[in-house]
Design a protein around this ligand. Sequence first.
Ligand code: B12
Ligand code: SF4
Length: 482
Amino acid sequence: MKVLLIYPPLKTDNPYEPVPFPLGLGYVASSLRTAGHQTFILDASLGPVRREKKGGLYHFGLDIAEIVNRATEIQPDIIGISVPFTSRLKASVDIAQVIRKALPEVHLISGGMHATVDPTTLLENGFDAVILGEAETTLPEYLEALSAGELKKRSIDGIACMDAAQVKISPQTCHLSDIDQLPFPARDLVPFEEYIRRSGGRWIRPGVRIASIISSRGCPYRCTYCSAFRVTGRKYRRRSPENVLEEINDLVKRYSIKIIAFEDDNLTADRKRAIEIFEGIARRFPKLEWVTPNGVSIRNLDRELLQIMKRSGCRTVNLAFESGDEQILRESMKKYLDLEYGRQVREWCREAGINVNGMFILGMPGETPVSMRRTKDYAISLDLDGIGIFIATPFPGTELYDTCKENGYLDERYAKGDALFQSDPEVLHQPLIETPWLKRDQLVAFYGEFESQFMQNYYAKRPFARVKKVVLKVLQRAGWGR
Ligand code: B12
Ligand code: SF4
């Protein structure tokens, strides 16, 4: 069959937002190809950056007419639209509705994180089916049944579809155990050079030859704000060090990649395997550097491991401290991190020469002005090299979402179910929940105070950093990194 996979365009307030290759869609494409399907990827977020209106968000990529023109040129039997983030739901539904009219015969499916946790919305908006969770084996199986006209007869796990005007969901019951078997993501089906040009920006600097990989899937932890388990599950599944090093070799040889971004949910959960990968990198690619934009679990780091990481080219780690308040960590986030151990890990990183970006979440249920202050004081005391402060967001599919819904903490605009958040300028970076412990206004005001105090402290200790930031801004305005 001829299959076109579409990644929806992006809306953001940051005109320099990196556009990384969508790994999940790349995996789906390579599995379809292995199963004998003629496969195309159209990443509609890879294209011009246009401001929607003065003061509005930036639209990254193709508009709907351009997407539909490309689809009409290809004339596929199947179109699969990815809904990786809740913020891309509206774009995906809008594209689907126009495609429905332009190509009425096409079989329209969806998949990805948001699609997995909210298949009903997609089915109600004209999709024929949603593939739930990891699609590498389910989708080829589904297409085989479809082409044999046996969709109704065969029962396939991990599919949601309409059956006699009712939504029928057959949940994904197991995950692929041997992920070494998977072909590498189909980077050859996209203009990969364009991703390299566009994804260095936030992570390092524009123009840096960086590419992401995933060396394991699944995470055994249960952080209440995280929905990762809905796609990749709670069982930790590892690729072998040889298989990971082979993909790195491919990236280095074929695309001259200089920095690898590990996007694993939990890169170091298996210490022995992690060390084998890092030592393999040091041996085979001595000039390669690597980073962890998605964060590494602090609990799984120790002094020796950090030194091995540094020797193998690790320059920066993103550490998810999340809060400086033990009760919030334990009860609201279900994240069992010892704050003193966090501090110790920060010191070991400094000793090893690894930069640390700390990530924090404000505004979880139970958060009070006092607990937020504890977080701010903790963050500042760590003397971090960078910080990411996030406002707690109840993403569908998370325990946090269920708690907020049950207790009436969801903001009205969210409760309306239009799920526009993060693609709507009015709600971007705004709290979507309000709890009895904290008013939205208090949270917004504290966010600003936290950020500015952190930066004051940061620049006081690193006077050159401010100059570097100004130079980078000037270069970006002149078009560097676009
Ligand atoms: C890597 C990553 C990113 C990367 C790159 C994303 C990319 N382009 O690939 C970057 C850094 C850009 C990113 C950014 C953000 N991310 Co992120 N990210 C991830 C992460 C860690 C891994 C995704 C991944 O590659 N998984 C591995 C592959 C194998 O899985 P997959 O992509 O889901 O694909 C599989 C299936 O979903 C399915 N599938 C996927 N597409 C399709 C399409 C079709 C047609 C079909 C049939 C099947 C299918 O098959 C694939 C193969 O098995 C996930 C956590 C997670 N484990 O999911 C969070 C996650 C997706 N991110 C999340 C969030 C919140 C964000 C941000 C909003 C964070 C922020 N505040 O800035 C931004 C938003 C980005 C934007 N601007 O829109 C949330 C999403 C919640 C939600 N409902 O929206 C997640 C789930 C993390 C979490 N803790 O809950 N992210
Ligand atoms: S450690 Fe990361 S991937 Fe695992 S549950 Fe927590 S947030 Fe999700």
